[in-house]
Design a protein around this ligand. Sequence first.
Ligand code: ADP
Ligand code: ZN
Length: 748
Amino acid sequence: MTSSEPDMLKFDNADGKPLGPYRVKVMLATALPFEGGVLDYLLDDENTPRIGQIVIAPLGNRSVPGVIVGLSDEDPMDKRLKPLDAISDLPDLSADMLDTLRWVAGWTMAPVGAVLKMVLPIKDALLPPKGQMAWRPAPDLSLEAGITEKRRAVLEVLQDSPPMTTSDAALFTGVSKAMITAMAKDGLLEAVTINPEDQDANPILGKAHQTPSLTLTSAQDKAAHAVKQALDEGCFTPFVLDGVTGSGKTEVYFEAIAHTIAQGRQALILLPEIALSPAMQERFKARFGDFPVVWHSGLTPHQRNRAYRRIAKGQAPVVIGARSALFLPYPNLGLITVDEEHDQSYKQDDHVPYQARDMAVMRAKAEDIPVILATATPSLETEVNIDQGRYQRLELKERIGTAELPDMAMIDLRRDPPPRQQWLAPQLVQEIENVLEQGKQSLLFLNRRGYAPLTLCRTCGERLTCRQCSAWLVAHKRDHALHCHHCGHRTRMPQDCPSCETEGSLVPCGPGVERLSDEVKSLFPDARQAVLSSDLVTTPAALAAFTEDVLSGAVDIIIGTQMITKGHHFPDLKLVGVVDADLGLAGGDLRAAETTWQVMVQVAGRAGRSGEKGKAVLQTMAPETPVFKALMAADREAFLTAEKQSRQIAGMPPYGRLASIILSGRDEAKLRESGALLGQNRPHFEDVAILGPAPAPMAYLRGRHRIRFLIKAKRGVNVQKIIADWLKCVTLPSSIRCQIDIDPYHFM
Ligand code: ADP
Ligand code: ZN
């Protein structure tokens, strides 16, 4: 990527007077239908425009963020030209950043404005917050007569501190807010306006907090040293921190982050959203003396604004965030870490469909900085990048201390089935019993939310499906409702079959975590259990309470969905039972075997993280499946080799390229016509196969019918260009939506 543009547009004439007003080109942070997403605006002569300057511009009846990308040659006096609404006080976007976002738009085929929207997601955060009223002791105050002890104490505190708001003053001095206002009324306090951001200007994270609390092992030290060296050299180096669960990867990248902070630069840690637990933030604080700035979808608007401005002003030395944190405008980025790099939640499917791990590597390249991809189970893409010499592997082969990896065992559900309407095989029940007797903890993993994945009528065989989607409705017990996990639609659980109207004929089929919880209750009535799923544990506080309960030993059996597989460190956990290991293999997803491998290793890795060895037990209907055999043998090489081979033979990613085009519309006939039209105009190239039109795997979603084309090409082929040229040949009706996904992950 080149960055030759000057970031200052110099238009001042010799005597220093500006030559304005200016007609500036502004790229708007919204998906505009025309190419480039750039419109002209008027900038008055008090401001000299700079490339990368963040602004707010009027668009129709809206006001949207944007960035100045150049000067227009046309007439600035044009009456139709609209003036900008405001100019942000935040640092300009760098030329590297502008290059990166254009590159991302080109790669994902998304409008550049949609990508810019990820960089400038909140308009309010682009301008300074309003000042707040605060108090300091009145000048010339004599503290002699008539002042109570309490009031004197308040004044003494305020004398030695910056001005405080009424609530802060009350909080810090231990008096009521009414007392503070009364003191002001009596002339003891003077009002001043403070900028709530002043406290953010000096982050606590500093040199004092950079001594590691523990001594790194020699393997950890070696890995950390490699990254620190790259940081010192200041050049793009992609590392893969490849270490089994519990091998101390987090400590290694913490060490690299400490080095980044010492260089005065910002470090970004990307985590899958659900791994952004309070426990992780506590751990960070223990190491660095302060909390990091966090960025995820659960922040309040106030928290988001504050975090955004700290990040953009370079006042956030370390940011921990979900994938969307990648595109924020760090002025001074020094290191990116992508933890759990194999995790598929790094792939975003809608708006701008991008793979955050891959884009993190691109961003690191543009900024010329190191990037760490940390994982116990590298993705196949990453493995191939190592094989081909693009990424450098740093290995941690052993768990820290005496902890060993758990033993793995399989239960063949065909030979050892559970009783009817139950899901735990006798052998697994026995294992749980043993662990309970030892006073240790067990974890049952079932990646299914709710009570039952399907509700069926015993009389007519009707399966309850969503009216908006081609999907079964999932029964949830807690609210006695049926939920669609695709569109969020909810209805009360009906008494009678909606089809044949027979009363009491509906039966739940199959287990979700809620149903499993009932089974555990009846099998082990005295055991204390806790269920972790996104429906039941919905806030960071609830997650913290859950973690606390498990750590304090108040829970014997944990039941969890995918949420439980990430990041948790429960020392007393001895047994992991995978209730349905086959679940992820159904559906014929390209990455099904790979994902199953990763999930199994991750969830098993929760067991035996300290002290004696743990055990992981997989229940399956097909023990002969290669991925299970490799898991039992703990033979990662064999699994990866076989998986690579089969992808290579099929010409699938990462050896070949894949893209999907999904057309959707409410009118099925019109949609079919559009599909046929696109099909007739398909391009013909030797190295490219175009499959479709065919019904998409989710043929009906949120009230729209969907058809799909799959484009399969050799690795060197410019798929984006082929698709762009192809789509130019046809004009689709405006009611038909066209979504392009380059390298799709979730085949919906
Ligand atoms: P990973 O990220 O690979 O799963 P962690 O970094 O979470 O591993 O480390 C696992 C456990 O070992 C944590 O409790 C951590 O505090 C501890 N640990 C890591 N490195 C060391 C070390 N050098 N000495 C002692 N304990 C360590
Ligand atoms: Zn639905």
